[in-house]
Write a protein that binds this ligand. Structure first.
Ligand code: GLN
Length: 309
């Protein structure tokens, strides 16, 4: 697909020139070491063609992008019962907001803000040892990306466990309301570790394919989730995937997307492509600055916004 290849390469070149690269996250000390000059972009289409630009093979901390995959697993385990523990409305507040959780009596607004993702992780942990629950998440990602080399960056996990006081507060608050079933340290241990999974843009775009093609890998034909579930996960990505920057992301990019504070974004062009971008510098909402700009350029040039040209 020459045109797509060219567009991806052009955007990677343009992003390499930019000086307005945002700020790396520092509240997880290990993430502060990321190189703001890094930029990667990978697009995988329905035929399995891969268009790659920049640092497309360098693993980075996927952080909150992991929440798309834990949500998928938790829905597989609990189905609609999940929605008793977590809502599905955009938050309009920061990803680690404490005040919103208090207003809503311990039931998080959606599965992508930290509190909601911790509640989702708790559901995956139930009935298992934390180690088994983490292994299940990792197995799922390796299966989706068809890559057994994907692993947890233990230094990032340890760094967040040492400094994750806000998440500890959120989890304890939910525990007080009976929203978490398991010991808080079990659930948080798994949460910190799945956030610390490291993947390259190529691996991440591969893992996201099922969301672009009605729940199936279009090349192998293997079904991951029913079409209706893929559609709904995309809907939540569109409305909640960028926290209080979700409206702006929909306005500028026009695709379901999920960001992480490691600077990655997974974006889904339904029926067309799975896209992963990475640039560690963040904007004020904690979303990759150049990642968003690159996706805006991509959807503009290819006419891929779900809202039309
Ligand atoms: N692990 C991070 C946290 O809990 C994830 C946040 C994010 O990527 N937005 O704070």
């Amino acid at each position: 697909m020459p045109q797509l290849d060219q567009v991806v390469r052009d955007i990677a070149d343009e992003m390499a020139q930019r000086t307005d690269r945002g700020e790396v996250a520092t509240y997880i000390p290990e993430l502060a070491r990321a190189d703001t000059k890094a930029f990667g972009l990978v697009v995988i289409d329905a035929e399995g063609n891969i268009a790659a630009g920049g640092d497309s093979e360098i693993p980075f901390s996927i952080q909150s992008i992991s929440k798309v995959f834990t949500l998928t697993l938790a829905l597989g385990k609990a189905g609609d019962r999940l929605w008793k523990r977590v809502g599905r409305e955009p938050s309009g507040s920061a990803f680690n907001s404490v005040v919103q959780l208090e207003y809503e009596r311990g039931v998080p607004r959606n599965p992508f803000i930290n509190a909601g993702a911790i509640a989702v992780t708790d559901l995956i942990v139930s009935g298992y040892q934390p180690r088994e629950a983490l292994a299940e998440i990792l197995r799922f990602l390796r299966f989706l990306a068809d890559d057994p080399s994907i692993t947890v960056d233990e230094a990032v996990a340890a760094s967040e466990a040492r400094t994750g006081f806000r998440n500890i507060a959120l989890a304890n608050y939910m525990k007080a309301y009976g929203v978490l079933e398991n010991p808080v340290d079990f659930t948080l241990g798994v949460y910190f570790h799945h956030c610390a999974i490291a993947m390259s843009c190529r691996q991440l775009a591969a893992a996201g394919r099922f969301l672009a093609y009605q729940g199936r890998n279009p090349v192998t034909g293997l079904s991951v989730v029913p079409p209706e579930r893929a559609r709904r996960i995309n809907a939540i990505m569109l409305t909640c995937g960028h926290y209080d920057g979700s409206g702006e992301f929909a306005y500028r990019v026009g695709l379901p997307g999920k960001s992480g504070v490691g600077g990655g974004i997974l974006a889904i062009a339904p029926g067309k492509a799975s896209i992963a971008v990475w640039s560690p510098g963040l904007d004020a909402s904690g979303n990759s600055r150049l990642g968003r700009i690159a996706l805006e350029e991509l959807t503009k040039r290819l006419g891929w916004s779900i809202f039309g040209a």
